[in-house]
Design a binder for this molecule. Structure first.
Ligand code: G1P
Length: 296
């Protein structure tokens, strides 16, 4: 079995959940305290042992490329002022082995992933959605890579969501009988349904923006008709893949933040600020004062 070495990060979407700021700014560049969202994803890939990363970009996304490139002027400036720590931090961002391709027409997540066909070749690979940030001891991408290396089966990361949230995610219909359980947190999948209303949702297990896929997915995507919202849906292609090849679900160890909507973004920002060395203590005191005021 070939080992997973490559990751694909789609970052071509309009970010409509964040208008107006995303009219001219890539949603992937929005900061969580002081770090853009996309950097969390790239760091997770590198921490998981990924060697090559393809970012699928589109209109208004050039700052993503600039962010991971060197900035000689800034580096010289920091060096001349002796700001060594900042210089090291800025330089460390350029270390990942990144490639870029543009999706010319926003035809959906499935179409964005299709742009990775030449990059991926005939190897298994991971897909990491730019608006899902993880907080976990073992990187979530590594968790699903390990499952692939153990089983050879493509798989998706799953998280439990509240009933009212099923309409925001791909939801898995899982086989619950214990004979189909490989481990406590690994399930066989019957079906996937993209963004069902709560009464139509087959479970409360949502696809958490991390996937291990095999190259067959590209043939399926190539011939796939647009689905929900008239977009080529990655979930529909994985549903087809599941017919020919067993697809597994892995309930992740850790916490998933959906930073593609303002509420998830605020939660991530607040919790990260409480851990960030620059802000942790003062911000905690501020939150304590605020919560007292709010409960009065
Ligand atoms: C996409 C997928 C969906 C998945 C979600 C995770 O939806 O289509 O299956 O659950 O990401 O965030 P999107 O957020 O792009 O609408």
């Amino acid at each position: 079995m070939k080992k997973i070495r490559k990751a694909v990060i789609p970052a071509a979407g309009y970010g409509t959940g964040f208008l107006p700021v995303t009219k001219a700014i890539a949603k992937e560049m929005l900061p969580i305290v002081d770090k853009p969202v996309i950097q969390f994803i790239v760091e997770e890939a590198v921490a998981s042992g990924i060697e090559e990363i393809l970012i699928i970009t589109g209109k208004s996304k050039r700052p993503i490329e600039d962010h991971f490139d060197s900035n000689i002027e800034l580096e010289e400036n920091l060096e001349s002022k002796g700001k060594v720590k900042m210089l090291e931090m800025v330089q460390s961002i350029t270390q990942a082995n990144l490639f870029f391709v543009r999706q010319s027409y926003p035809l959906g997540l499935g179409d964005a992933i299709y742009q990775a066909k030449a990059f991926v070749g005939d190897e298994p690979f991971v897909v990491m959605l730019g608006d899902n940030i993880m907080d976990s001891e073992t990187p979530v991408t590594k968790q699903i890579m390990d499952l692939y290396h153990e089983t050879g089966a493509p798989n998706v990361a799953l998280v439990e969501v509240e009933a009212k949230e099923t309409r925001k995610y791909g939801i898995a219909d899982v086989q619950t009988s214990s004979s189909h359980k490989l481990a406590e947190d690994v399930v066989h999948i019957n079906h996937f349904v993209e963004k069902p209303q709560p009464e139509k949702a087959p479970s409360n297990l949502a696809i958490a923006g991390r996937y291990v896929l095999t190259p067959e997915i590209f043939d399926l995507l190539e011939n796939l008709a647009p689905g929900l919202d008239d977009e080529v849906q990655l979930t529909d292609a994985i549903e087809q893949l599941n017919e020919s090849k067993r697809v597994l679900g892995k309930v992740i160890e850790g916490k998933r933040y959906d930073v593609g909507n303002p509420m998830g973004y605020m939660q991530m920002s607040i919790e990260y600020a409480l851990k960030h060395p620059e802000t942790a203590e003062d911000f905690k005191q501020y939150l304590i004062r605020m919560s007292k005021e709010l409960s009065e």
